[in-house]
Design a binder for this molecule. Structure first.
Ligand code: AMP
Length: 403
């Protein structure tokens, strides 16, 4: 039995899952949030199962001054509600780290040097890497005797060829500032591409796949033989598809225009494109369920938002089909991809001529697990594959420490 604690740390919160890797079982999960605020909050969930007996959920509201205190609150929650960390002792802690740059192309055991590198990559991910590092350091204090492993969101995309990751700008300037495409959601794209192959009963090495991770953030990935060859997010998670609050692709000159003509500063533009754009900017709703409800009520802005969202996905599917030369399967995943039959059908509308044919009854059916939503005759299989980034981090963590 290999138990791994998976940690995903933000600047004022962290999520955790205790996972038994061999059986792919979550033994407990939780969230510690509002770290540093007057009142913090910690939620600890134990699913029904042999680790504990019945399912339980506990919540505490208390001041949590920093991440180190947050981990103590988490340890207290395990002691009070189970499962026992002595019985289910983690062999390692796996950490999600957003930006691994060109340096990290695989999960890596955390050493002092690795921490220096993660910190140094903060220049490329100022919102994420410092927060990830805070989580690592606090978790190391809570679990000083086991290895900690960093699993990078960018690593899976390090197999992209230079033609896919190079921006056509001045080479020397780009190299000096490490401006290139890195891609994100790699853990999810890797997990889903392998789960799709398993679902199809074929080795991933033989397959050419397009994975559409549509959650709050959204990205597409072309996966050939199990390797990422192209993905829609770029140097930052802003490029590519339309997202909940992020614009995805815009003409870069729009930014200059807004700075020169609308008096926006660089920080204003950053805030606009990352936090006030996407379906929120177009419709006033950041949650896709609300956009769909508004559209059903005849809201034209909501309808356009969904049309723009689906149109962009279709453009990427076409582009990636051209890059791959053949598409064995398209896999939808994450909150929107797993749940919105409407987005799935709009995104792939009109692609029958390319061998992509959705089955409306399958697409709209109530199933939740991995499933096929294309017709049997469709040359390209269309799948819904629920993602599980925590399980993927746990698996990769075990693979590194056992290597
Ligand atoms: P994630 O980042 O994977 O947690 O996905 C979050 C997004 O999934 C949110 O924007 C939700 O609106 C969306 N979502 C979750 N459930 C549904 C649903 N039933 N229909 C449409 N969108 C959904």
């Amino acid at each position: 039995m290999s138990v791994v604690l998976v940690v995903n740390s933000g600047s004022s919160s962290f999520k955790y899952q205790l996972i038994e890797v061999t059986g792919s079982r979550t033994l407990a999960s939780g969230l510690v949030e509002r770290i540093g605020a007057a009142e913090g909050r910690a939620v600890h969930k134990v699913p029904a199962g042999d680790a504990s007996g019945g399912a339980s959920e506990s919540e505490r509201v208390l001041p949590i001054p920093d991440h180190t205190a947050g981990f103590q609150v988490m340890l207290d929650a395990f002691a009070a509600n189970g499962p026992s960390l002595e019985e289910f002792a983690p062999v390692a802690v796996g950490h999600r780290v957003v930006q691994g740059g060109a340096r990290f192309f695989e999960p890596t055991v955390v050493t002092d040097l690795v921490k220096i590198n993660i910190d140094e990559l903060s220049a490329l991910a100022p919102l994420h890497n410092p927060a990830n590092l805070q989580g690592i350091e606090a978790a190391q204090r809570a679990f000083p005797d086991v290895p900690h492993v960093a699993v990078f969101d960018t690593a899976f995309h390090q197999t992209m060829p230079p033609a896919a990751y190079t921006y056509a700008i001045d080479r020397e300037l780009a190299a000096k500032h490490r401006v290139r495409r890195y891609g994100f959601h790699g853990t999810s794209h890797r997990f889903v591409s392998r789960a799709a192959a398993e679902f199809l009963g074929r080795p991933v090495e033989e397959l050419r796949l397009i994975v559409l991770h549509l959650g709050n953030g959204a990205s597409a990935c072309a996966v050939s033989g199990g390797r990422s060859v192209e993905t829609s997010m770029g140097m930052t998670p802003l490029e590519g598809l339309v997202m909940g609050t992020r614009s995805g692709d815009v003409d870069p000159a729009v930014l200059l225009h807004l700075q020169r003509r609308a008096g926006l500063t660089a920080d204003d533009v950053d805030d606009l494109l990352n936090k006030r754009s996407g379906i929120l900017g177009l419709s006033g709703h950041g949650d896709l369920r609300d956009v769909e409800a508004a559209m059903a009520d005849g809201d034209e802005a909501a309808t356009l938002a969904l049309e723009v969202y689906a149109h962009r996905i279709r453009s990427y599917v076409g582009a990636y089909a051209a890059q791959l030369g053949r598409v064995d399967a398209i896999a939808f995943t994450a909150g929107v991809g797993e749940n919105s039959a409407l987005v799935r059908s709009w995104a792939l509308a009109g692609l029958e001529g390319f061998g992509v044919e959705l089955d409306p009854a399958r697409n709209e059916g109530p199933e939740r697990g991995p499933r096929r939503i294309s017709t049997d005759a469709s040359r390209t299989a269309v799948l819904v594959i629920p993602t599980n980034e925590e399980l993927e981090i746990a698996r990769q963590t075990v693979a590194v420490i056992e290597a």
